[in-house]
Design a protein around this ligand. Structure first.
Ligand code: SAM
Length: 355
């Protein structure tokens, strides 16, 4: 039977972190110190985990981190993932021995700093899609956020290389923080139209490494720029003198789609808004995560994770690992509790989970 949780949600979507090292120190994500907090597995062990998960029903694999492009062997890992085939029909019934599966949907989330040289080899290896995180389209604001000089120019070159390598349409993810980069909403809409990329605004979640020095960067409900506010701003923005103001809603592509999608009156540009805080979508969650050190997490906000790699080290067979994964997934949380009284931050921060 296809992997599912106790609420009957089919688990088809895997995010796997291949390192928790990062070459950026985005102020809302990292405290600013160097280095990783968790170990990395050999690439072969990530691939063994993915193979087992694919046999259980995973169809989409997103590589993330930390910064995944820092990981040696990533291109070879993508090539191996591209050889794997799904094990179930769309309706959840298992494929018979003579039925060929589909290639996995392989995606990558990156800050784009190293993408200029890696986009073509990754595409050749079988990568299908790339999401680039950019929190400003103004070079100074960008460098203030990443704390890396001239990072904007590097990432823009990476986006162009990814487009040339056929990885488009590129998704650009932007986390908005009030009073910090919320002046970038309209420039991002313009960027989407000019660059031919999908811009997705994401509400800031309480997943940051807490900072004693920059207290103002720690999550507070007031810092979140909500979907309603973003829509209100873009509904009054006029793309050009011959295009009237106003967002035009696009239909969802799947029930589990996390973004509400919009274009403008002339159909140029695409804006997505992902609102885990103001409009949670946990009811449709189809995801699990593997951390860089091989822990299985059933929710971004889990209070603990499950030591899958420990089971592997102790010599568990594929069947035993599959049974372990099924047991863990049965306890997947119903939903997160952001903003509710008594909310507790998860056991790891975003950079150490894999976004
Ligand atoms: N280094 C890669 C990158 O920059 O895309 C992958 C890892 S990064 C942790 C993945 C995504 O998580 C980025 O888009 C980042 O902006 C987002 N992110 C980090 N902290 C977040 C938070 N507290 N709330 C919402 N998104 C966050």
């Amino acid at each position: 039977m296809r992997l599912q949780d106790s609420f009957g949600r089919a688990i088809t979507d895997l995010r796997i972190s291949v390192t928790d090292r990062c070459n950026y120190k985005c102020v809302y994500c990292r405290a600013g110190d160097e280095g990783a907090s968790y170990t990395e597995l050999p690439i072969a062990d990530y691939l063994r985990i993915v193979r087992i998960l694919v046999s259980l029903g995973i169809e989409k694999v997103r590589l993330t981190g930390g910064e995944p492009l820092l990981r040696t062997g990533l291109v070879e890992m993508v090539a191996e993932l591209a050889r794997m085939r799904t094990a179930f029909h769309a309706d959840g019934s298992p494929l018979q021995a003579h039925e060929p599966g589909q290639p996995l949907d392989i995606a990558l989330t990156t800050n784009g700093h190293l993408l200029e040289s890696l986009a073509a080899p990754l595409a050749a290896a079988g990568l299908k899609r790339v999401t680039v995180s950019m929190d400003a389209v103004d070079p100074d604001t960008f460098a203030r956020i990443t704390r890396v000089p001239r990072s904007y120019e590097r990432v823009l070159a990476g986006v162009h290389a990814a487009q040339e390598a056929g990885l488009g349409p590129i998704k650009i993810n932007c986390v908005l923080l009030r009073g910090f980069n919320d002046h970038q909403i309209e420039p991002f809409a313009d960027f989407s139209r000019r660059q031919g990329v999908i811009v997705r605004f994401i509400e800031f979640m309480p997943l940051e490494e807490p900072s004693a020095v920059e207290e103002s960067r720690n999550w507070k409900p007031q810092t979140v720029v909500t979907m309603d506010e973003i829509m209100a701003r873009l509904n009054t923005w006029r793309p050009s003198c011959n295009v009237p103001a106003g967002l035009v809603e696009l239909p969802p592509r799947a029930a589990s789609e996390t973004a509400k999608r919009f274009t403008f009156a002339d159909g140029v540009g695409e804006i997505g808004i992902i609102a885990p805080v103001s409009r949670p979508f946990c009811g449709h969650c189809s995801r699990i995560r593997i951390t860089s050190d091989g822990a299985l997490r059933t929710c971004l906000f889990s209070q603990s994770d499950h030591d899958l790699y420990g089971e592997m080290r102790r010599g568990a067979t594929e069947q035993a690992l599959a049974a372990y994964i099924r047991r863990v997934v049965m306890h997947k949380e119903a939903r997160h509790h952001i903003g509710e009284p008594g909310f507790e931050k998860p056991s790891r921060n975003m950079v150490h989970i894999g976004g």
